[in-house]
Structures are given as C-alpha cells and as structure tokens.
Ligand binder design. Sequence first.
Ligand code: NBP
Length: 479
Amino acid sequence: MSSSAQIGVTGLAVMGRNLARNFARNGYAVALHNRTAARTHALVEEFGSEGDFVATETAKEFVAALERPRRLVIMVKAGEPTDAVIQEFAPLLEPGDMIIDGGNAHFADTRRRERDLREQGIHFVGAGISGGEEGALHGPSIMPGGPVESYDSLGPMLEKISAKAADGAPCVTHVGPDGAGHFVKMVHNGIEYADMQLIGEAYQLLRDVAGYSPAQIADIFRTWNTGRLDSYLIEITAEVLSHVDAATGEPFVDVVQDQAEQKGTGRWTVQIALDLGVPVSGIAEAVFARSLSGHSALREASRGLAGPTASALSESEASAFADQVEQALYASKIVSYTQGFHEISAGSAEYDWNIDLGAVASIWRGGCIIRAAFLDRIRAAYDARADLPSLLSDDTFAQEIGAAQDDWRAVLVAAVQQGVPTPGFAAALAYYDALRAERLPAALTQGQRDFFGAHTYRRTDREGSFHTLWGGDRSEVTG
Ligand code: NBP
C-alpha cells in the first residue's frame, strides 16, 4: 500500500464518516478505518465517488496508508474508547506524527493525553468540532488546541473543510496549547444550553402569558430572526414550532414529551466554572432546568401545588408583550455570552493558554450550533479591547442592555405573577443587577462568617484582616 493519504479518519459513525467525506470532497486523499470494518466498506460503497478514499482494515494498514508526518483523526466515542484507540495507534507512530481527537473529550483528558504523547514526540491536538453531522459534512466550526507547530501543517487543511463566516473567514483557529480547544468547545456547548433555555422560556411566555399558538410563535421567531437575534437556534426554533405532527394533526411541540436530555458538556461547563470560581448562573440554570424536566415523578407529585390564576392578555397587549420578550431574550443572551467568555478567560489564565477571545467569537460565527450575527459584534468588542473585563463593559452592549432593562424587568414581573418558570431570564437579570450594585450583601455574609467561625473580614477603610470578639466586648482585633 502506498503512503499517499494526507489524512486518516478512524471512527466512522455519523461524525467521522461525514468529516472524512468533507476532507475528500475538498481534494484530500483520506485513509479510512473503523473498529468494525463494515462501516469502512459501507462508506466507500456509498460515497466512494466523492473523492480519494483509502479503505483499511487494520491499525497497521491504516498507519501505513498515511503520508509522513502522519495526520490521524480520531472520531470515536469520547472517554475510554478514545484512550483505547490512542493505545492502539501510538506504538505505530513516529516522532512528528499527529493525532487529532475530534470527539467531545473533557479538556482534562486532553491535557493528560497531550502530555503523555509529547514524551513520545507525537503531537496531540484536541479539537472541538461543532455543527453536528451536517456541519461535519458541509463545514463545522473547529476549535483545535495542542502544540502550535502542529497548526502549521494541519491548519490549512482544517481551514479548507471548516465553515466560512459571512465575510469568508474560516471558522477555525489555533485556540491555544494542550486542552484549550476542548475547553472552548465545552463552554460553547454550555452557552448553547443557555441559549436554548432562554429561547424555551421566551416560547413559554408567548404561549402561556400572551396566549399565542405554536404557529403564531413560529412567525414571531421568524421576525426576530431578521433582527439582532438572527441565529441558527432562532431559525430552527421557528421550524420546530411550525411543524405539525402527521399522526395527530397537533403541533409537533405538543406531542413531544417535555423531558430534555443532556450529554455532558453543559454539566462540565458548570462543574469547571465552580472550580474556577466563575459565576455562570445562566448556564447552570439551563442545566438544572433540563434536569428538573426529567424528574417526572417529582413533577407529577407536585402538580397540585397552588399557583396564580392566569389572566389572558388582549391582542394588542399580547403584541406589546412579545416585543418586551424580545428585549428580555436579547438582554439575557448578552449575559449568557458574558458569563461564557468569562469562563474561557478564567480557564485561559489558569492554564496559561493565552486564548484570543475575539478569535473565539469569530470562529463561532459559522458552522456551529450557536452561530449568530451577534458574534460579529462580540468579536469587534474584543478586537477593540482585548482586555475587556466583561462584555458588559463594552459600550455598545452596555447601551443595548440598558435600553432593554425596563422591558426585561416587566417580562419577569409578568412571569412571576403568572407563575411561568423563567430561571434563565431571572438569573441573567440578577447577574446584571449584582454586577452593577454599589454594595452587595456579601458584607453581611462576611460578618456572619466572622461571627460563627472567626473567618475574619476586610474593611472598606483600612488594609488588613480583622476579627470582632463577638462573644466578648465586641472589640475588633487584627485577624
Ligand atoms: P459515537 O460517539 O456514537 O461513537 C461511535 C464510534 O466509536 C464508532 O466508530 C465506534 O466503532 C467507535 N468506538 C467505540 Br463506541 N468504542 C470503541 C473502541 N473501544 N475502540 C475503537 N472504536 C470504538 O459517534 P459520533 O456520534 O459520530 O461521534 C464521534 C465523536 O464526535 C464523539 O466523541 C462525539 O461526542 C463527538 N461529536 C458528536 C457530535 C454529534 O452531533 N453526533 C457533534 C460534535 C462532536 P464501531 O463502529 O466499531 O462500534
């Protein structure tokens, strides 16, 4: 077998198969491998005419089919299968070869794998890939980490197969060393959770408070999609809401069980944020909301609890309310992204990744699930000021959120009065109000901690740490 393939893909389920086709369609010779060889042959049989594929059955054949230095993409189930595949292939590779893990790995695993393989001289690139199976085929957003020198030869290939933003820029960049790519992909998914939760809350408010039907709400989302909320998730929301179930003739959304599923990345985003001390309350509420939806027995047992009596809005009130919901959704979305970017910036500082936040916003503009017109403006905000403390410190976003705040508050008042759960909108507003507050009750918390645990406190008027003798004469001593 000649070593002619420029890249190889092992793991040919939905994602790997489409990624391999994407490379081939872009003119690269692609070596194929899968644990179960039948998948490899099925791909060649069905799509062999799309490009130059080299089907292989064994690990040795696969490695032998690759030109050197070798570029080997792993697209298997994240976790143990990835380690198993690395253990199978690494002994067959040579210094300078490259393993690219395109699965949804935890960034800590990526850091470990990169460290282990570095000892062998193998470049390990953990690459977050977003866009689902369609993205993998037609152009995903790609978030590669790993050694920067690997990007010299890999980068141009990824740029070719990636999505392109509206200005033609490829949706891929070298995010940073070792686990930086998978970390950014994790936060991308966390933001995706928050975006979906906020859209869900907007839908329920329009349905339960304004009294619109799913078809009418689909039209509202279509209108929103022509404005500043223009995004893939808003677009598909309109599609899902306008779909009618063929079997029953009911709106599709009414025949689907209201129990949301989750894989792991949203939960990881929150777990890591807790470790880093970053408040990602919007993402956390989204994860909890999915979790609550799945507790069917608990929900069943609570159905009889008292709630307010809803009062229907008139047609003109409903229309005005819909405009307010748009404001609340947009303002809450700004907060979600603010929190997500804060987590990336904290991760970057903790692990010394030096991540360019503007570049991250830029590569999310196409191909990925959270692609949105709005990301152009986030990129511009970070490009104008790389050390922006928060998106809310950007003048344009600050002005927009300021202009939205009255409606945002009014929507939450309506939600509370009518008993519609809006944890995402509420958490976002609480975050906004907490950030802009002159004083927070944390001062009282510190007093309590000092009272029961002598944990000490710092004063507003003097340096140092202090303790009050609560059980004695309440005099203050230096802590
Ligand atoms: P799956 O996550 O369903 O994994 C199936 C693949 O893993 C098959 O090729 C299977 O081989 C292989 N595999 C398993 Br399972 N255990 C293995 C082992 N011990 N050794 C070797 N191969 C093993 O595939 P997917 O949905 O295409 O996703 C691939 C990766 O991409 C995952 O990490 C996923 O999280 C990530 N991802 C998925 C999406 C998406 O929308 N689906 C989006 C972004 C990222 P077999 O054929 O022999 O069983």
